[in-house]
Structures are given as structure tokens and as C-alpha cells.
Design a protein around this ligand. Sequence first.
Ligand code: AKG
Ligand code: FE2
Length: 230
Amino acid sequence: MIDALDWARIAEDLDTHGCATTGSLLDEATCAALAALYDANQGFRSRIVMARHGFGRGEYKYFAAPLPAPVAALRTGFWPHLAPIANRWNAAMGLAPRFPADHGDFLARCHAAGQTRPTPLLLRYAAGDYNCLHQDLYGEHVFPLQVAILLSDPWRDFTGGEFVLTEQRPRMQSRAEVVPLRQGEGVIFAVHHRPVRGTRGTYRVNLRHGVSRVRSGRRHTLGVIFHDAA
Ligand SMILES: O=C(O)CCC(=O)C(=O)O
Ligand SMILES: [Fe+2]
């Protein structure tokens, strides 16, 4: 299903806005099964209570290796479509790293540098919870794009809790983007920087993402990050 996405449109949205929605990626049953893993309390390497770290309110858990099959399939399925965009972006930004055709080869590079812990995660928010603006950087090796998939149904399961992105251009005030998602839909977005073409050439814009306050209900998300963590 990832291969069938409109990759020309996605690449254009990423280049223009720094984010792109995918349309439906996971059906309702798969979303429910993934969200249910949160409470199963098995198959995770760590649990983070956001308030304890000043990250917001709510919590998340990082999957342990081996990743659940649907999560591993998303990582390997997105990779061949995202790696060429990431290579083009790094070239435009004057950043040296280039990404291989196979995600396993990139993970080997992360692991050799001590980034051995898996980063895909499940997040859970209740009423009043939110996720402060941040960047998911876990070491020297960074893949510049990541994906977040909404597992809950907006309006039925929760209200509020919008995915937000901000970008800071040099010497300008920040621009915010709110990304409405349906259940099972993903947003692909820049982890750290993206290239923007200006009148004097291409420059680097700094992005951060987060989630606005959940007003009611419960919201679950699956985060797919492509570099592993130190
Ligand atoms: O819950 C969300 O929509 C955002 C999750 C997030 O920060 C991530 O996947 O990196
Ligand atoms: Fe994040």
C-alpha cells in the first residue's frame, strides 16, 4: 500500500511545506490492534512519562527489537520512497550524509556508531495531554524524514490533539502548520531541517513538531523514526 501512494504529490508537498499526508495507510482493525499493544506492556524497551521530563503531558513507549511486523513493514516500506528525497534534501542543504537503498544498511551504520536502540514508538494522550514542540534526534546519525500515524478516530475517540509543525527561517518569525489526520492516516515530516529555496540560494529551515492539547477522549499515535537511538 505504501508503493501505491502518490509519491510525486508527496515529494512536492514535502518540498513545499515540509510535510505531507499519506491518506489511509492502516485500516481500523490494524489501528485498534496497534493501539491495544500500549496496555499489553510487552515488547517495549522503555516507557516515558512526558511530564517528568518537561516534554508535555501524556506518555509513550519505545518498541523493543524485534519490532512488531506491521511496524517493521512500515519502516522498510517507506524507506525506498523517502531515501531519494532525503538524499536530495541533504545535497540541497550541503549536508554530507547520503542514504543507501536499503534501510538495513542504514541501520547497520547507526548500530556501528552506538545507535542500537529501536526508535519506533507508541504514544498515548488523554484529556489535557499535549506534546511539546521537539525534534526526534538520537545521535549523530539522522534520517531527515519521519512518519506519524494517527491510530485513533478524531471526533469519535478524541477532540483537540492536532498534530502541529513549526518552522523557523533564518531571521524570521516562526510559521505553524496544523495537519488534520484521519484514523489510519500518516503525516510524513522533516525531523530537523529542510531546504528552502530563497532569492540567494537554498537555506536550511529548522522544524519542530508536537501535538496540541487533547480536549477530550484518548488519542494514540504510532511514530516511525528511521534512525536508531544511542
Ligand atoms: O502524537 C503525535 O502525533 C506526534 C508523535 C511524535 O512526536 C512522533 O511520532 O515523533
Ligand atoms: Fe516526535
